[in-house]
Write a protein that binds this ligand. Structure first.
Ligand SMILES: Cc1cc2nc3c(=O)[nH]c(=O)nc-3n(C[C@H](O)[C@H](O)[C@H](O)COP(=O)(O)O)c2cc1C
Length: 212
């Protein structure tokens, strides 16, 4: 039995969203094909603050300076425990799915915040030894108005810095098998083309859900 960890990073999970629909199609199909697996889903924008901020840095400094865990304040305990749970869950999972719309050539900010929490040096990788999380696989599901992954214009690929960053940080922690499904060119200028692109991406998501 495997654990699939799904990370949704969309600010408006109640609207009709291409990336979330792709994600949902993938998850439904995955569950049908793998009924024995655990599927854990995080909706980062609905779950409140998960980020490195001054409170975090203060607690980390306290612990580094020798403060015992039991001497932390109740609020600091809550903060650290939540992060530890997220890290442990991430480390234990076998497969990851990251779902987001592209924002300004990058990932929505809460996905970066989440990655900052779970991909910490010493927990998931070491500067000398490399990544600790071997034998895991990941999938990036993303929608965008522009076309970045088309063979027609390979120069565009380097502008998808979110996908590139995600692949690089995953590689850093040891996850090298990363697939992508990109629904692109959704700029509203040709509704028929948009519809076709979405239908193809939804189909691709369902198909990969059966094999992932
Ligand atoms: C704040 C913001 C920034 C965006 N930046 C980009 C961008 O840099 N490149 C791009 O191709 N599309 C960009 N888009 C368009 C979305 O990525 C696109 O509409 C996507 O299909 C939305 O996915 P969704 O239906 O899941 O919300 C941006 C949209 C918003 C709201």
């Amino acid at each position: 039995m495997a654990t699939l960890l799904v990370i949704k990073a969309h600010p408006a999970s109640d609207v009709i969203s291409t990336s979330l629909t792709m994600g949902d199609r993938f998850i439904e199909s995955y569950k049908e094909s793998n009924p024995q697996d655990d599927v854990l889903v995080h909706d980062l924008y609905a779950e409140g603050n998960i980020a490195i901020d001054s409170s975090n840095l203060n607690v980390w400094k306290k612990l580094t300076d020798g403060t015992k865990y039991d001497e932390l304040t109740p609020d600091e305990h809550i903060l650290i425990s939540r992060q530890q749970l997220l890290q442990e869950e991430f480390i234990k999972a076998d497969k990851y799915v990251f779902i987001n719309p592209m924002y300004n050539l990058f990932l929505p900010s809460k996905l970066k915040d989440y990655l900052d929490i779970v991909c910490q040096a010493t927990k998931t990788w070491d500067y000398q030894k490399g990544g600790f999380l071997k034998d895991k696989i990941a999938l990036h599901i993303q929608s965008s108005s522009g076309k970045y992954h088309s063979s027609d214009n390979p120069d565009m690929l380097k502008l998808d810095m979110g996908d590139h960053y995600l692949r690089m940080i995953l590689r850093q922690i040891g996850v090298t098998d990363v697939q992508g499904i990109y629904c692109e060119g959704l700029n509203g200028q040709n509704p028929q083309a948009d519809l076709q692109a979405k239908q193809a991406a939804y189909r691709q998501s369902e198909e990969l859900g059966q094999q992932f």
